[in-house]
Write a protein that binds this ligand. Structure first.
Ligand code: ATP
Length: 242
């Protein structure tokens, strides 16, 4: 199992947000993390990427926790945040160089991969640009390029569908499919339920910091006794029951 979140209790200093959250993301699996505003999706992600420490429970990537081997743990994750985080004083080229250094990648191979990604996301002529010159969507694409440059075992993608144009969404979904086929595990948080339904293998439904259901669409349909229901139907049903 690539990612194992077990009985995670966590949140911000003394404010508990997550209550015994457990789920897994296996190799080659795309898992959708679904929940209302404030349900705890970003808090869960912040725990996985190590910005917050669990108050109870554990998070392991390939059996390793952050406290056991922080370098190995962090190098196994590539994260695409919802709001792009870039260094204002570094060019696009320097962001790529920094990623290559941070993940200890082979420079030649990584640059070959980068050129392909830059062309896909129409950033190949912008290597000397600074973040201030990019639109929000372009900044998001820079984060995608940097993440998919790596050989991470676990990709965490926070709400990718709201800031990207349709072409970029198509290209990102193709990249996700490619990495899945190569054995990466992918956790994606989103409110765009029809796309999630079409692409995710499994869903984790969060409500008020708790996992209320998880499984494939068929498993969720069986749980809620509605074999024709869409993910959106099931999700609304879950909210109304709680
Ligand atoms: N920095 C913070 N300090 C204290 N509480 C926070 C902080 N960030 C979020 N929270 C609280 O944690 C809870 C979960 O928020 P979180 O950001 O994880 O939700 P989310 O599911 O990602 O929502 P959204 O869909 O709106 O992004 C909310 O009650 C929120 O008020």
């Amino acid at each position: 199992m690539t990612l194992e979140v077990t009985d995670l209790v966590g949140g911000y200093s003394q404010i508990p947000v997550l209550k015994q959250v457990s789920f897994t993301v296996a190799k080659g699996q795309l898992v959708g993390l679904i929940g209302l505003n404030g349900a705890g999706k970003s808090t869960t992600i912040n725990h996985i990427i190590g910005l917050l420490r669990p108050q109870k429970g554990s998070i392991k990537i390939n059996g390793v926790s952050l406290s056991k081997d922080s370098k190995r743990y962090k190098q196994s994750i590539a994260y695409v945040p919802e709001s792009p985080i870039l260094y204002e004083e570094l060019t696009l080229k320097e962001h790529i160089d920094l990623t290559i250094m941070a993940y200890n990648l082979d420079e030649k191979q990584a640059w070959q991969r980068a050129q392909k990604l830059l062309t896909t996301f129409r950033l190949d002529k912008k290597l000397d640009w600074f973040p201030a010159n990019f639109s929000k969507g372009m900044k998001q694409k820079v984060m995608i390029v940097c993440a998919f440059l790596t050989d991470a075992d676990l990709f965490i993608i926070d709400e990718p569908f709201l800031g990207l144009d349709p072409l970029a969404i198509r290209d990102l979904l193709a990249l996700i499919a490619e990495r899945k086929a190569q054995g990466a595990a992918i956790l994606m948080s989103t409110h765009v339920l029809d796309t999630a339904q079409n692409y995710c293998d499994k869903f984790v439904l969060l409500n008020e910091g708790q996992v209320t259901a998880s499984g494939s669409l068929a498993e969720l349909q069986a749980k809620y006794g509605n074999s024709q229901a869409t993910l959106a139907d099931l999700y609304l049903q879950m909210i109304e029951r709680n």
